[in-house]
Design a protein around this ligand. Structure first.
Ligand SMILES: [Zn+2]
Length: 266
């Protein structure tokens, strides 16, 4: 499932290959991917204009379009952008293809089709329509405190709520909490100022390193939780045991020894 680091890698891929060339054609193979925009309007919005810059907010990729307006891409559970030159890709999972001048193209591939293509007047409009909280990579400590303050639920649930902090999903929320030494099942409202600081530091560190390694699980450090997400594995930090838990309907992993769990967690 694409989370913030994956989408940042997607953003760079699009920025390298798809900007500053006029859109020649827009092929929508699956209109169900379009979110509050018709195929006709999407084509009218893009055709004859160039995409000029890329941005990311949480798990959303936002592309400025010449003359005003923003194309918003969300990748759902299985989506990703593919770029190339020549014959555009075919296949049942290719949902939208944006053909560019000079035979280049940008395609959105999405097996489970939970991603979305949207159009907004400005980036701020898109962020507000999607009700996104501040971006997890760039928020400040006070913004983090403000974003999670007042949340009633468990820490893991709060951190993966895109309306509070945008960008974290199941995997990276567990990873950040593991390095911050915080119990994912703990009540968010019990976080101290010190905890907010630790959480912020690890949020930044984990996401930056994951981006630097291109969000490739095989290139992430062995000392991370990610390669050890399995009940009963030895904790990569030491004496603890990796343990499963459930939060918000998702299965997560943590180390009760490193993350301050009481004796009841064994
Ligand atoms: Zn541990």
């Amino acid at each position: 499932v694409p989370e913030l680091p994956d989408v940042e890698v997607f953003r760079r891929r699009v920025a390298r290959s798809s900007l500053k060339q006029d859109v020649a054609e827009v092929s929508v193979h699956d209109p169900r991917m379009l979110h509050e925009v018709s195929e006709h309007d999407l084509r009218g919005f893009l055709r004859g204009r160039a995409m000029t810059a890329t941005h990311r907010h949480g798990k959303h990729l936002l592309i400025d379009v010449e003359g005003g307006g923003v194309l918003g891409l969300h990748f759902g559970m299985t989506g990703y952008p593919v770029t190339g030159t020549g014959r555009p890709p075919e296949g049942q999972h290719v949902r939208v293809v944006i053909g560019l001048a000079g035979a280049r193209w940008l395609a959105l591939v999405d097996q489970r089709r939970l991603g979305r293509v949207a159009v907004a007047e400005t980036r701020a409009d898109h962020v507000s329509r999607e009700a996104l909280g501040p971006d997890a990579l760039t928020l400040s400590v006070p913004e983090l405190r403000e974003a999670v303050g007042g949340a009633r639920g468990q820490l893991k649930t709060t951190l993966t709520d895109q309306s509070r902090v945008a960008g974290l999903g199941n995997i990276y929320a567990d990873e950040v909490l593991f390095h911050a030494g915080l119990d994912p099942r703990g009540a968010t409202r019990d976080l101290s100022d010190h905890d907010h600081g630790r959480l912020h530091r690890q949020l930044r560190r984990v996401l930056e390193l994951a981006i630097a390694r291109r969000a490739d699980p095989d290139r992430l450090p062995r000392g991370w939780l990610l390669p050890h997400r399995e009940e009963g594995r030895r904790c990569p930090k030491g004496r603890g045991v990796v343990t499963g838990y459930r939060a918000g309907g998702r299965r997560g992993y943590w180390c009760p020894t490193c993350q301050g769990g009481g004796a009841d967690s064994y």
